[in-house]
Design a protein around this ligand. Structure first.
Ligand code: OVM
Length: 408
C-alpha cells in the first residue's frame, strides 16, 4: 500500500473537494487567515493531495473529529505519521499519543498534579515574577517582546514549578519546536528543528529523572504517583517529559500573541487597564483569535462517516483548530478581537478527553502577566514589524519590537 508522510494514502472520498494547497508552506503558516477561510468555505472536509489527507476547519465538524476518541484515535499519532505503520522519532507520549484505557491512568495522574488546588499554590510566585519582569522592562525601554518577555517568562516560572534545578531557555524552547514541528511533514522546518536533537534530547531526558527534580514541584507529585503504585517509575519520567514538551512553546506563543493582540487593538488594551480582572477573558479571546496550536491530526480507526462524508480506516485528518476558532457560523464577528467576548468552548486547548491537561497552569501564567501589564503599563507600541515563526503545529511570533510606557 502507498505511504505518504508515513500514513496510508486513501482515495478521495466522494463529494470531497480536492484542494491543491500546502498548509505547511512557511508563507501560509506565517499568514494563515485566508487559508483558514478557504478551508471552511470549501466544505466540511477537503482532500489535500500533497499529503494524501483530509482536513477540516468548520467549528462543528472539527470539534466532532477532534473529540471522538473511539473513531478518531490519537494512538496512531497526532501528526502526519501513522504510528501503527512507522516508528515515531521518540518513544510515544503516554498521555498525548494514546487512547483509553491506557490514557485514563496517565491523564488522572497529570490532572491531579496540575489540579486547581496545586496551581493555586503557584499563583503568588507567578505574580511576583510577572510584576518584577514588567517593572524591569519598563525601566529598560524598548525591548524584544518574544525573547525578553514571551520566552523569558515561561522559561523562568515553569521549570521552577516543575522542580528543575536549572532552566535552560534555549533548550526548552527548541525542544518544543522539535516536538511540534515533528507533527508535520518531513519538510525543512521539521528537519531544521530535528537537527538540534543531539544537543537537546539527552538534556531533556536527564531533567526528567527523579534525582534531578526538587521534592516540592509538579515533577515530584508525578513521581509520588509512582510511589503509590499508580504508575511505574519509568512512566513518571515520561510524564515529566510531557510537561517539558507541551508546557513551554505553547505558553510562549500565548504570551507573544496576547501582546500582539493588545498592541494592535489599543481600544481593547484600554478596557483591560480600566478593569485588570479582564486579564483572564483577554487570554481566552487571545486563544480563540490566535490559536497557539493551529492544528493536530487524528487517524480514523475504522471505516466511518462524518457530515455525510465516508472516511476510510487509516485516513489522517488534519483538524485545523485555528480555523474552527474563526468560524463565522459559530462566532459572530469572528474576525474581531474583543476581550469581553468570553469565548466559551473555543478549541484552542482542544476538547474532550485530550483537552489540555495543563490549562490551569497556562491560565495562571497568562493572568499573572496580563494583570501586571494592566496595572503598570500605560501604552504598548509596536516599534517595527511583528514577524511570525513558522512551525508545523504552533502559530507563534519570532520577533516583535515593543515599547511600553509606564502608568504615572
Ligand atoms: C506530550 C505532549 C502533550 C501535548 C502536546 C504535545 C506535541 C506533547 O505528552 O509529549 O505537543
Amino acid at each position: 500500500m502507498d505511504l505518504v508522510e508515513g500514513h496510508l494514502a486513501r482515495e478521495v472520498p466522494e463529494n470531497v473537494p480536492v484542494w491543491d494547497i500546502d498548509p505547511y508552506d512557511p508563507a501560509i503558516l506565517s499568514d494563515p487567515t485566508d487559508y483558514y477561510a478557504e478551508l471552511r468555505r470549501l466544505g466540511p472536509f477537503v482532500y489535500i493531495p500533497k499529503y494524501a489527507m483530509l482536513a477540516c476547519g468548520r467549528f462543528e465538524v472539527t470539534k466532532t473529529v477532534f473529540s471522538d476518541w473511539e473513531r478518531f484515535v490519537s494512538s496512531r499519532g497526532v501528526g502526519l505519521q501513522d504510528f501503527s505503520l512507522e516508528t515515531p522519532w521518540r518513544p510515544h507520549s503516554i498521555i498525548l499519543e494514546v487512547d483509553p484505557p491506557d490514557h485514563t491512568k496517565t491523564r488522572t495522574v497529570m490532572s491531579r498534579a496540575m489540579s486547581p488546588r496545586a496551581v493555586n499554590n503557584l499563583k503568588e510566585a507567578f505574580q511576583t515574577a510577572a510584576d518584577s519582569l514588567i517593572d524591569q522592562l519598563l525601566e529598560q525601554g524598548p525591548f524584544e517582546a518574544v525573547e525578553d518577555l514571551a520566552e523569558t517568562y515561561p522559561t523562568t516560572v515553569f521549570p521552577e514549578a516543575v522542580g528543575l534545578h536549572k532552566s535552560d531557555r534555549r533548550r526548552l524552547v527548541d525542544y518544543g519546536a522539535m516536538v511540534f514541528n515533528a507533527l508535520g511533514p518531513d519538510n525543512a522546518l521539521r528537519q531544521q528543528a530535528m537537527a538540534k536533537g543531539p544537543d537537546i534530547v539527552p538534556w531533556i531526558t536527564e531533567q526528567c529523572e527523579r534525582k534531578n527534580l526538587r521534592t516540592d514541584g509538579i515533577g515530584a507529585s508525578i513521581y509520588a504517583a509512582a510511589d503509590n503504585g499508580d504508575i511505574t517509575e519509568a512512566e513518571a519520567g515520561m510524564l515529566v517529559r510531557s510537561l517539558l514538551s507541551a508546557g513551554v512553546d505553547t505558553t510562549v506563543s500565548g504570551i507573544g500573541s496576547a501582546l500582539w493582540c493588545l498592541a494592535t487593538h489599543p481600544e481593547e488594551f484600554e478596557k483591560l487597564k480600566e478593569d485588570p480582572s479582564l486579564a483572564r477573558p483577554a487570554f481566552e479571546e487571545t486563544l480563540r483569535y490566535t490559536s497557539p496550536v493551529h492544528s493536530f491530526c487524528r487517524t480514523a480507526n475504522l471505516d466511518t462517516e462524518v457530515a455525510g462524508i465516508s472516511i476510510a480506516e487509516g485516513t489522517k485528518i488534519l483538524c485545523v483548530l485555528a480555523a474552527a476558532n474563526l468560524d463565522e457560523d459559530h462566532w459572530p464577528n469572528a474576525d474581531r478581537f474583543d476581550i469581553e467576548r468570553r469565548p466559551v468552548g473555543h478549541l484552542a486547548l482542544g476538547t474532550g478527553i485530550h483537552g489540555c491537561v495543563g490549562q490551569n497552569i497556562a491560565r495562571a501564567e497568562l493572568e499573572a502577566v496580563l494583570s501586571a501589564i494592566a496595572r503598570k503599563v500605560e501604552t504598548i507600541t509596536l516599534t517595527g514589524d511583528a514577524i511570525w515563526r513558522p512551525n508545523n503545529a504552533i502559530h507563534a511570533l519570532d520577533r516583535m519590537p515593543l515599547s511600553f510606557t509606564a502608568k504615572s
